[in-house]
Design a protein around this ligand. Structure first.
Ligand code: NAG
Ligand code: NAG
Ligand code: NAG
Ligand code: NAG
Ligand code: NAG
Ligand code: NAG
Ligand code: NAG
Ligand code: NAG
Ligand code: NAG
Length: 890
């Protein structure tokens, strides 16, 4: 078992759980309180702290701080949360910048002129697939919009990102919020440079890259960028820094805020989500990456994208798969050299001019792995051409390189099995240089060699060579959803994501010190694309109103067919995967119809919303007739097993998800409506949930679109989604004995945890007040440890210690009908994301700092079901573990 002890709140396995920073809290002040009155209150309570951020923003006044010692963080946080200066107190979550990297950076030793594409129209594939090219052809560039990139900073020295920072520059404003955490750090707070990660620099280029030698621009090169550095060099974002950054971006007059980062949780109550929601409510659109965990199945969306009002962005494959190539030349039989391009690997090639020699003239999967053919030359004096690995064979790239290296080869060019190339690496020092060419190039050479011609290749070290973008069409998945893109909805069944944009295989700017350009992938790349399109539409429509912009992009987007990673279905992809579909910028900017909503939430069976109304407004100058119809999307089961018939096996399944032929049915008040210029019509929709034959126990999620076609030639759609089960019936906790059991902390830490039987005796040290004891118990201690597996999210989880026999005195209380000693340290937990498991060692100390006497106890976990009432004990899923004896050493 692979365990992580996540400091601060939970121990979880798997990556889909909130991480928290030890001892660290974020507070929002009540009423007119301020940092002085708050810290004064802490001093009066004798609470020792170290201040982090002072947050004095229009929409958020508060502070973050670290508790430096004390009896128990849980008991201190209970005291602090009740202080009159405090409106809300949260532990500080840590986010990660979601990077799904295609590694193709070439370190540039020297910069040479790079090949230019023909000037003229915008032909960048991501712009063509989203109609950005059509807006650009009209001269629309997002002029005047201030777009904040809350990320790792921006390398504004990059010539394609303006080359400077400050008024008049492309990166016109910003702040290093991370720098505020470390007064006197070498990075000044007023300098939002991206010093190390590159992520924000890539995001910035997607929005606003200026013309450059790689022949592309950002989607909205007319905007002014704001750079807010919030992430460390390791891509970590602390939630207090994020709350500060988005508020600063708002206060600095940003018109649009992009957040390509995540906290893995599907609840919209986290402080960063609430902060984003407040900003949207004040009229500034916030656009956020929905997450890259789609392969783990439904309910993998993240904070802040799941926040109410925030536009959560899904990720589509680029229709091309670009790679950065270096230019070289070859000659056949001493004829004039001709150029070709190849993708550098690691190690890169030196400057060489050597004959090309191929291990085989046939396409053979084991090419390069066996004996050399008779008459093979001295391999150190040639460049060896070998076929890429074929998945049907054990002869992998590493085997080829190792075998060829052992025969003296120094330089190897691999030709791919298709049109694409990638950056190869070797796991050991087999050869001195590797590179890759596409299949067509390899095949042409093989044919020449087979015919007896002599080929000499002249390679220049990549850092000094001319570079070019090699961008073959993606004929397999271009334009489809990326299976990595996280699925909605939120646990409160908000429709998520909102919209999709190209994010898979995206060329953009990168740190100058690391080559300046790079191909990267993920919803991190899709989100800034939408932010840029918002700026374009805002220029065309003269509004930044979040609901209006979202309505236009949603209604005009192109829903695509469902691709589950294995095949393309003939039905459109679920709304909870693609949102409204692939964004169509021109249609959104010039649509003459406005819907007053951008999606409809049908909720679950207990809260099923059967009646919906929406209005269609005709913004055009003539009368238009609208025709309504229903387009079904694929219905998917979230689990492979039913919680009704097989609760032990119920769990959220990874993709590909099983589909079922059952859909909601919709009846419209009218299927055809005439609307005069400037007038509106209200349509009512009566929905019925999918037929009874659907297996409710497998958590089915259904969705679809209301198609609205107009006689003026518009084809709009309104997405809807719902869940065909009662969320309150879904068990939060799993009874599977492999994931829910009593064990010992020391055995867990050496990966040998076994379920322990009733009445196991744990003899442990008397707990001390050291907060590190709470956050990081000594891994060698045999502490009783509760492991509870979770299926779905829970807004409120208690882990209580129930006394059975006690040697001494112990005050008990009754909570939700059960007599308990108190809660385990760190409990209760709010807004638990679901999936994975909590793993809690018990040191004998309760969350209020009291130490229990020796005795016989048991763990009782109670998790509030989705839509449950926290005051009603029947709305909790409760599980207890076998009783144990607790004894203290000495
Ligand atoms: C916090 O910020 C406010 C406003 O900028 C300032 O007046 C105050 O002195 C700051 N307090 C601390 C403790 O830094
Ligand atoms: C990308 O390449 C750099 C430099 O070679 C290397 O340090 C890094 O580990 C690579 N990252 C991935 C994800 O392969
Ligand atoms: C650019 O696009 C416009 C409109 O689509 C077209 O008329 C024109 O021929 C294109 N120009 C070039 C150089 O492709
Ligand atoms: C190419 O040139 C080299 C040296 O000038 C010569 O030895 C060789 O025969 C030539 N090869 C062909 C195929 O003409
Ligand atoms: C679904 O219903 C529950 C219970 O009324 C409510 O709390 C939740 O906000 C609803 N979800 C949506 C998206 O309306
Ligand atoms: C609406 O337009 C779309 C796209 O043109 C078309 O596929 C669909 O059949 C139309 N629906 C109706 C009811 O006309
Ligand atoms: C555990 O100990 C209690 C007494 O402390 C006893 O009543 C119970 O039967 C024991 N359980 C087992 C399984 O031995
Ligand atoms: C807690 O652990 C951290 C990291 O190991 C250490 O820096 C800190 O001094 C410890 N605090 C106490 C109170 O022991
Ligand atoms: C209570 O203490 C007695 C005497 O030390 C011991 O025999 C007994 O096992 C203890 N009971 C529990 C529940 O710890």
């Amino acid at each position: 078992m692979n365990l992580r002890f996540l400091v601060g709140t939970l121990v979880v396995s798997g990556s889909l759980a909130a991480d928290y920073l030890a001892h660290t809290y974020l507070v929002e002040f009540a009423n007119d309180h301020n940092i002085e009155s708050f810290y004064h209150g802490l001093e009066l309570e004798n609470i020792k702290f170290s201040p982090r951020l002072n947050m004095t923003y229009h929409l958020f006044r508060g502070a973050s701080f670290e508790l430096v010692d004390g009896a128990s963080n849980s008991s201190l946080s209970n005291i602090i949360s009740k202080m009159p200066t405090v409106k809300s107190l949260w532990p500080v979550g840590t986010h990660k910048v979601p990077i799904d990297t295609v590694n193709s950076t070439i370190p540039l030793l020297a910069r040479r002129e790079i090949q230019k594409r023909a000037d003229g129209n915008d032909t960048f594939s991501t712009h063509v697939m989203t109609q950005v090219d059509k807006l650009r052809a009209k001269g629309i560039t997002g002029k005047g919009a201030r777009v904040a990139v809350v990320d790792s900073g921006i390398d504004y020295n990059h010539p394609a990102l303006g080359g400077c920072f400050g008024q008049g520059c492309l990166v016109g404003y910003g702040w290093n919020v991370l720098g505020e955490l470390r007064p006197g750090s070498p990075q000044p707070v007023n300098d939002p440079i991206d010093p190390c990660l590159g992520h924000g620099t890539h995001v910035a280029g997607i929005i606003a890259a200026q013309p450059n030698p790689f022949g592309f621009t950002g989607a909205a090169p007319g905007v002014t960028l704001g750079a807010y550095r919030t992430s460390t060099c390791a891509g970590i974002v602390y939630e207090d820094v994020l709350v500060a950054a988005i508020n600063r971006a708002y206060d600095d007059g940003s018109n649009i805020i992009n957040l390509s980062l995540d906290l893995p949780s599907d609840w919209s109550e986290h402080p960063a989500a609430l902060a984003a929601q407040r900003i949207v409510e004040k009229g500034v659109p916030v656009v956020a990456a929905i997450g890259n965990d789609g392969e783990r199945g439904l309910w993998t969306s993240v904070i802040p994208a799941v926040a109410h009002g925030v536009a959560g962005v899904a990720n589509f494959f680029n229709t091309e798969t670009p790679a950065i190539h270096v230019v070289a030349s070859y000659s056949v039989d001493n004829a004039t050299a001709q150029p070709f391009s190849w993708q550098a690997g690691n190690p890169a090639m030196p400057n060489i001019s050597l004959p090309l020699w191929s291990t085989s003239f046939d396409a053979a999967p084991d090419d390069g792995c066996g004996q050399l053919p008779a008459g093979a030359p001295d391999l150190s004096k040639v460049v060896v051409l070998v076929q890429d690995e074929d998945k049907s064979s054990d002869c992998r790239i590493d085997n080829k390189l190792s075998n060829l290296g052992s025969h003296g080869a120094k330089y190897v060019l691999v030709y791919s099995l298709d049109a694409y190339t990638r950056a190869l690496t070797q796991s050991n020092q087999y050869v001195n240089g590797i590179g890759m060419v596409p299949n067509s190039r390899g095949k042409e050479w093989i044919n020449l060699l087979k015919a007896g011609h002599k080929i000499v290749v002249n390679l220049v070290i990549p850092g000094a060579a001319q570079q070019t973008v090699y961008s073959p069409k993606n004929t397999e998945t271009g334009g489809l959803m990326s299976t990595r893109s996280s699925w909605g909805m939120s646990w409160e069944l908000d429709v998520k994501p909102q919209i999709g944009a190209p994010g898979q295989n995206i060329l953009s700017t990168w740190l100058l010190s690391k080559g300046g350009y790079r191909i990267d992938s993920g919803t991190s790349m899709a989100s800034p694309f939408v932010a840029a399109v918002y700026a374009l539409i805002a220029e065309a429509r003269k509004t930044f109103d979040p609901a209006t912009l979202e309505s236009f992009v949603s209604a005009t987007a192109n829903p695509n067919l469902y691709y589950d990673g294995t095949k393309v279905y003939s039905i459109v992809a679920p709304v909870v995967q693609q949102g409204a579909g692939l964004i169509q910028a021109y249609d959104a900017a010039f649509a003459t119809t406005l819907l007053n909503v951008s999606s409809l939430a049908f909720n679950d069976t207990d809260h099923f919303v059967a009646q919906h109304g929406f209005t269609i407004k005709n913004l055009g100058s003539g009368e238009v007739t609208y025709t309504l119809s229903h387009v079904k999307a694929a219905t998917v089961y979230a689990s492979g097993a039913s919680y009704l018939s097989d609760p032990q096996s119920f769990s959220l399944a990874p993709t590909p998800l099983e589909t079922v032929d059952a859909w909601a049915s919709l009846i419209f008040s009218t299927t055809s409506v005439k609307v005069g210029p400037g007038a509106s019509a209200t349509i009512s929709v009566t929905a019925s949930p999918p037929a009874a034959s659907i297996d409710k126990g497998r958590l089915p999620v259904y969705s679809g679109y209301i198609a609205i076609n107009s006689t003026s030639g518009e084809s709009l759609s309104l997405p809807y989604a719902g869940v065909a089960t009662s969320m309150k019936s879904v068990p939060v906790l799993t009874t599977r004995s492999s994931v829910t059991y009593l064990t010992s902390w020391d055995s867990l830490n050496i990966g040998l945890s076994v379920p322990l039987p009733e009445n196991t005796t744990f003899t442990i040290p008397v707990p001390t007040g050291d907060p590190n004891g709470t956050e990081n118990p000594d891994p060698g201690l045999a502490l009783p440890t509760a492991i509870f597996g979770q299926n779905v999210g829970s807004a409120f989880i208690r882990l209580d210690i129930v006394p059975l026999e006690v040697n001494g005195t112990l005050a008990t209380t009754e909570v939700l009908g059960v007599t308990i000693a108190g809660s385990a340290e760190r409990y209760p937990i709010r807004w638990y994301p679901g999936r994975g498991s909590t793993m809690d060692p018990f040191r004998g100390m309760l969350s209020d700092g009291r130490v229990v006497p020796e005795g016989r106890y048991k763990f009782l976990m109670r998790a509030l079901k989705v839509f449950g009432d926290p005051e009603n004990k029947d709305d909790y899923d409760a599980l207890e573990l076998p009783a144990f004896f607790l004894k203290y050493q000495g």
